[in-house]
Design a protein around this ligand. Sequence first.
Ligand code: C5P
Length: 396
Amino acid sequence: MLTDKTVVLGISGGIAAYKAADIASKLTQAGARVEVIMTEAATRFITPLTLRSLTGRPVVTTMWELASEFSIEHVALAEAADIVVIAPATANIVAKIATGMADDMLTCTVLATKAPVVVAPAMNVNMWENPVTQDNLARLRARGFTIVDPTYGRLASGKIGLGRLAETETIIGTVKQVLGRNGDLAGKRIVVTAGGTQEPIDPVRHISNRSSGKMGYALAEAARDRGAMVSLITGPVSLPEPVGMEIVHVRTAAEMKAAVAKATAQADALVMAAAVADYRPKEVAPTKIKKDSAGLTLELVRTPDILAEVAGNFVRVGFAAESENVVANARQKLEKKQLDIIIANDITAVDSGFDVDTNRVIIIGREGEEEKLPLLTKREVADRILDRVVELLNRG
Ligand code: C5P
């Protein structure tokens, strides 16, 4: 994921600096080598020792520590960086980097680096709204910096407004997206469906299934991290929304079909990881069905088979969740739905299938070839599937 990547994390001096500890920790857990540079003001809010402990790396707080064993040349980190992230970025540091100042290690590094820079501002709402701050941010955007906008909520001043540091997941998602933008799916449009659909019975009840959306979300994120423009069409799930992609929320199979038709109009590939309901109640009761009779019979009718019916010339990937004759059934679906590849998984295993973070799948291609993967995380499975999609796209 972020293995082999050097992330320079710049921390400037706002109260949100304490949240940088979480960012440093999660980046490190994701495999990155995290080099922290703190401004003098940041060290008043959080100690360098905290960051050092979390990253296992020396923390730079000054340019003038030449005698120390940790002394480093003032542009060394600028050159080592695969990406520079400033979180939190105060109005002051935004102004300094927008005008090319270089009066401390962080601003020097930003000025000297050729790596992409992600800036996550956090400040008082009035500072944020001040036109001078907005002008500075617009200048940074125009120069190719990526800004992770602050969120709305309670600020340290007690005021409610825009200015809270974006969530750690949003910042790290942006880092992954920026690092992956020249990946092997750069310029490709990938549509991914995820989650189960819900088919209403009445205003309070529906028919659904156990799909958590984890496989689809992992695919969407993996495609984003390899440079793709991703449309994620998702049924109702309880996963956080990934950043850096278009997200379309749908409920029923019919809504999903319409969203897929629209998104695939220009797509290079469609990956249908969603567990689409196969049946829906024929009639939806306009009011809540009373439980006064002894039983209830629902008449169900088929939903559209999205994958089989969507028109267009793009790579088609389907999933086959099976509980018996896994490969044979999957092959039949591949034929019937005219797919390029199908991912077969045995949903009776406890470590694969619904609602777990791992999956054990067999990738079956049109020419009949079978690739049996070991137990992997859903993210690893996603990347293996995308390897195949890349192959098919390159074949033309
Ligand atoms: O036929 P089955 O439902 O097992 O096929 C599974 C594959 O077909 C999955 O990729 C699923 O997303 C897709 N599908 C669909 N529309 C349906 C049912 C399944 O696109 N109505």
